[in-house]
Design a protein around this ligand. Structure first.
Ligand code: UGA
Length: 468
């Protein structure tokens, strides 16, 4: 099929490249000539492992191109996919770009001279596609959705850092189509995938996306709340508690035949320093704002936001409990990205921790394998130094916080790090530090672990190996 993807942001570029790899002829369209130039040169306008390689392959195969001209990109196409941003705005989302894209596509629909399906991929609150988008398309085209053109909502489930794999091996495809003809065209688009396709209405598709993200966020805040209690009661260990919880057969995937494999989603049942990124915080705010506007209370999701909002200061409290007042203490923070394998710092919990530390008068040195200071400076509440490596960040530090679960941090030479520190106190905010690899004399503060009992390894020994 011939596909135009409108909006060359994160979702648009991964989707465009992925559809080209499925054998479709894809044009990525964006108003920004720099983005278009970058894509045409096989350089994604953001960091995403493996994406540049797919771009290069598909550009060379002639299945992928990038343009600023929407009319030329839409000519002869079967499907256009709206993948523009929906930034947060006053407790909701800003639909200006979605509206603009729908109007521009609508204006071109009459000239296409063929059946065309317009797909909303941007995350939008329920009823946006079949009201706002539909109206923009119909008024700009003078045509009717249904008889004259197809309309669908098709949410994306791409995680940053593993988006290429998420696209090529989807768990499911959700097709929220206005009618059967549209749904059939969407199934043809995704025919190359071997995964369940859920056909439903645009509204359900929109809600599935919010329900998915807010459920994972809920698991995280739930885990962090349990961790808070574990931290206050000597001997309690959130990690063991969660292991016990995951062993309940109701979490297992059907067809396990007794293998104790749990669905990957249960990875989110794990305490940490809170969630961030461009999706969970924004989607929670948007769906709560939407519910409120319709007079519906969502107290659980409100609490999920509240628990997450307290997380950075609760984590710093754990440190202060051991270290005393933080004024003029030197603290190293490893990791600024909101999670590993990305340079994205939006709503990053690591940045929030740095700000809490600064607010309590600490001197902070940071390290991140790929995030540069310029990317975070505007969001920092004071002066911070950036170190070229973890040992330099740790130099002279009274404590160190692991804030992003980067792989290199799992493999750190802790002897070198600890000997560079003034006092070797390490707070593992991501539960990635292997206590067995720490030299003697290091104090390891674990999230979700009763303060007076630091021998987490001993508690784990009671759990049979191989059980996740
Ligand atoms: C999330 C969803 O996982 C995707 O399915 C969805 O498509 C995407 O949002 C989106 O709406 O576009 P993403 O924001 O890339 O993807 O990141 P996740 O890997 O889900 O992590 C989100 C946050 O939760 C991160 O800050 C991460 O560190 C945190 N997290 C994740 C935890 O604190 N604990 C965990 O166990 C897992």
């Amino acid at each position: 099929m011939k596909v135009a993807v409108v909006g060359a942001g994160y979702v648009g570029v991964v989707t465009g490249a992925g559809l080209a790899a499925l054998g479709h002829t894809v044009v990525c369209v964006d108003l920004d000539p720099d983005k278009v130039k970058a894509i045409a040169a096989a350089r994604a306008p953001f960091f995403e492992p493996g994406l540049d390689e797919v771009l290069a392959r598909e550009l060379a195969a002639g299945r992928l191109s990038a343009f600023t001209d929407l009319a030329a990109s839409l000519a002869g196409s079967d499907i256009s996919i709206i993948a523009v941003g929906t930034p947060s705005r006053a407790g909701g989302i800003d639909l200006a770009d979605v509206r603009g894209a729908a109007r521009a596509i609508g204006a071109l629909l009459p000239s296409l001279g063929r059946y065309h399906v317009v797909v909303v991929k941007s995350t939008v609150v329920p009823s946006t596609t079949d009201t706002v988008v539909r109206q923009e398309l119909e008024s700009a085209s003078g045509m009717d959705a249904g008889p004259d053109f197809g309309l669908a909502m098709n949410p994306e489930f791409l995680s940053e850092g593993r988006a290429v794999e998420d696209f090529t091996k989807p768990d499911r495809i959700v097709v929220g189509a206005l009618d059967e003809r549209t749904a059939d065209a969407m199934e043809e688009l995704y025919a190359g995938f071997d995964c369940p396709i859920l056909r439903t209405s645009p509204r359900n598709a929109e809600m599935i996306k919010y329900a998915a993200n807010t459920l994972f966020a809920t698991l995280i805040s739930f885990s962090n709340e349990i961790a808070g209690l574990c931290e206050a009661i000597p001997g309690l260990d959130e990690e063991v508690v969660m292991r016990g919880l995951r062993l309940d057969r109701r979490w297992w995937t059907p067809g396990d035949r007794g293998e104790r494999v749990h669905p990957g989603a249960l990875a989110y049942l794990r305490a940490g320093i809170g969630f961030g990124g461009s999706c969970f915080p924004k989607d929670l705010a948007a769906i709560c704002g939407f519910a409120e506007s319709r007079g519906v209370a969502m107290p659980v999701l409100g609490a999920v936001i509240e628990v997450n909002g307290m997380r950075a200061s609760r984590v710093v409290d754990l440190l202060a409990k051991r270290l005393g007042p933080l004024r003029d203490k030197r603290v190293a923070v490893l990791g600024l990205a909101f999670k590993p394998e990305t340079d994205d710092v939006r709503e990053s919990p690591g940045v929030k921790i740095v700000n809490v530390l600064l607010g309590r008068g600490a001197n902070v040195a940071v390290h991140d394998p790929i995030v540069r200071m310029e990317a975070v400076r505007a969001g920092l509440d004071g002066h911070v130094t950036q170190a070229k490596d973890p040992v330099e960040a740790a130099s002279g530090a009274d404590a160190l916080v692991v804030a992003t679960g980067w792989d290199p941090y799992r493999r750190l030479d802790w002897s070198r790090v600890a000997s560079a520190m003034r006092t070797p106190i390490i707070l593992d905010g991501r539960q990635i530090v292997d206590a067995a690899r720490l030299p003697a004399g290091v104090t390891l503060i674990n999230i979700g672990f009763g303060f007076e009992n630091e021998a987490r390894g001993a508690a784990q020994a009671a759990v049979s190996p191989g059980i996740a």
